[in-house]
Design a protein around this ligand. Structure first.
Ligand code: ADP
Length: 549
């Protein structure tokens, strides 16, 4: 083994050259001493760390002035971006400006102590972090350097991620725990202690820190679930209750999964706990409020139903006797008496229709409206509703026209009475909100393969876009000055909308202020196997839309 400390610079350089030649020229190695040197040279040449060998340059007083490069390995050439031959023999400052000033404290230190010294340095211009080690020998020293830039960046990234995770768990009050499956050691963050109401110092760091605090009714199930998670590797998600030291019960939302650490290979079970007691309490309160609201709604509906019955009985008597009086005593009544009688009759009928509307609304809201579906012809429905509203329309000099039915209009399966009720509401409104002498149009269309659209169009005052969304709310009436008639309380459209919902349909309006409105009702129909409305003349065929949507 060569004692490098005893060699002069020339001898050292000579030896290094010889070594290099040896490595490249010789295929057979016989001298054990040479083998060792050759191995060193091979190591020197193949190391991933850069290695540079330096010789001190001193002044006459023996003070270190600088150092001169004796050798540089291939990793050093790559790192410096310089060929060995171009730098060997040059001083540190000739290779890197200010290198002497920069590294003098380190060189001085290793020669004063005679000990190796490791440090880290950052080369700002090339954004490189290096971990360096310098070892003195005789008047020489060598320095190894390892690029730790990626390591540094990774650890900075790791630090940032950990900090973000910590901030996120703190802000969202998430408890995080970790169970080492090899050692059985359980650790958790401060939030876990806060949730469980325990002093972190009193923890035993075993699974019992957790299981002992589980609510007795949930314990067996939770322990079994966690065991399954450990055995199968499946994620665990669930809620359980814990009992705090003060005896309180808290509801916890938990998740956990197994992480197999890449570096240690030790499997750990990692989990989170969130205290959701407040949300659970709120949900329970809401549930109770909902039940109360349902109960009071049912009571309201019951009250309205019985009140309506109580009101309708005497009202029907008033209407009935007024009609009777009109019929039997007409010749004995004065003209004024006749007028009064008509007023009584009209007011009675108006009141009766209002009571019926209010009752309808409350019954639909309470879900107590029965839907009686049957096979219906749209033409029949149109005939029926038209007859019903014709007297009202005539009184205002309005005509009701029907657009030609589309070919192959299907019959529909719906509730005849409820469907008529919706259309009568829409027609009554069209009459109410149209000026005298106009025209109202009743139409049917097939907007898509599975839907039928029935519509009522008037040439009335129209409805502003903002108002179109509110007119279907109960008790909403628009203030259209002279166009708003006195009769009505704003229930008709609300009842129609709820009935349309119950029939599986949708009600809506297209309107322009000043030009009139089209109220429409879309509802589903079966395309295949539905019998055609009689207007088609066919009996059974798939529905083909007139204008495919
Ligand atoms: P009511 O007619 O009893 O007031 P509705 O619920 O039937 O109650 O209608 C609500 C409001 O919608 C009406 O007060 C009216 O302002 C407006 N409206 C309904 N139909 C029409 C229509 N065809 N043209 C213009 N406005 C209408």
């Amino acid at each position: 083994m060569v004692d490098y400390d005893r060699l002069s610079r020339e001898e050292l350089v000579e030896r290094l050259r010889a070594l290099e030649n040896d490595v490249s020229d010789r295929t057979q190695v016989t001298d054990p001493r040479s083998v060792s040197e050759e191995q060193y040279r091979t190591l020197f040449n193949t190391m991933v760390e850069e290695v540079h060998v330096w010789e001190l340059v001193r002044d006459d007083a023996g003070r270190i002035l600088t150092w001169r490069l004796v050798d540089l390995n291939p990793a050093g050439e790559r790192s410096w971006g310089m060929a060995r031959a171009s730098v060997v023999g040059k001083t540190a400052d000739e290779i890197f400006t200010t290198a002497t000033e920069h590294f003098m404290p380190i060189v001085t230190r290793i020669f004063e102590t005679g000990q190796p010294y490791s440090w880290e340095t950052y080369f700002q211009d090339i954004d490189q972090h290096m971990r360096m080690t310098s070892v003195p020998f005789g008047e020489y020293f060598f320095t190894t350097g390892f690029d730790v830039t990626e390591l540094k960046k990774n650890s900075a990234r790791q630090e940032k991620l950990s900090m973000m995770a910590r901030m996120a768990t703190e802000a969202s009050e998430i408890g995080v725990w970790e169970l080492d499956l090899d050692t059985g050691r359980l650790t958790w963050n401060e939030q876990m202690s806060r949730i469980f109401g325990t002093d972190p110092k009193s923890l035993s760091h075993t699974a019992s820190d957790w299981s002992d605090r589980l609510h007795p009714d949930d314990r067996d199930e939770m322990v079994a679930k966690l065991q399954t998670c450990i055995e199968t590797g499946e994620k665990f998600v669930g809620n359980f209750r814990i009992v705090t030291p003060s005896g309180g019960t808290r509801v916890i939302k938990a998740r956990s999964e197994i992480l197999k650490s890449e570096s240690s290979g030790t499997p750990v079970l990692i989990g989170t706990n969130i205290d959701i007691t407040a949300q659970e309490d709120l949900i329970n309160e809401l549930q109770v409020s909902k039940e109360l609201a349902n109960a009071s709604n049912a009571a309201k509906s019951e009250f309205l139903a019985s009140m309506s019955h109580e009101l309708r009985t005497p009202l029907n008597a008033v209407i009935g006797y007024s009609e009777l009086l009109k019929l039997m005593a007409a010749d004995r009544l004065t003209e004024k008496d006749q007028e009064y009688l008509d007023d009584i009759l009209e007011s009675g009928q108006h009141l009766l229709s209002l009571i019926n509307d209010v009752l309808d609304l409350s019954q639909i809201e309470a879900g107590s409206v029965e839907i009686d579906e049957e096979d219906i012809s749209i033409t029949d429905i149109f005939d029926h509703v038209e007859t019903f509203v014709l007297p009202l329309a005539s009184r205002k000099g309005l005509s009701i026209e029907r657009q030609p039915m589309p070919p192959c209009l299907p019959r529909v399966c719906s509730d005849r009475m409820r469907l008529s009720q919706i259309l009568i509401n829409l027609l009554t409104n069209a009459i109410k909100y149209s000026p005298d002498g106009g025209r109202i149009t009743l139409a049917a269309a097939i907007p898509s393969r599975h839907r039928v659209r029935l519509s009522v169009t008037d040439a009335g005052c129209g409805i502003a876009p903002d108002d179109q969304s509110v007119i279907f709310d109960p008790f909403t009436r628009l203030h259209n000055d002279s166009m708003t008639p006195a009769e009505g309380v704003g229930i008709g459209l609300a009842v129609s909308k709820k009935l349309a919902d119950r029939l599986g349909g949708v009600i809506g309006v297209d309107s322009d202020v000043g030009s009139g409105s089209t109220f429409w009702l879309d509802f589903p129909c079966e395309p295949g196997g539905t019998t055609c409305d009689e207007s088609c003349g066919k009996t059974s065929r798939p529905l083909m839309p007139a204008d495919p949507a």
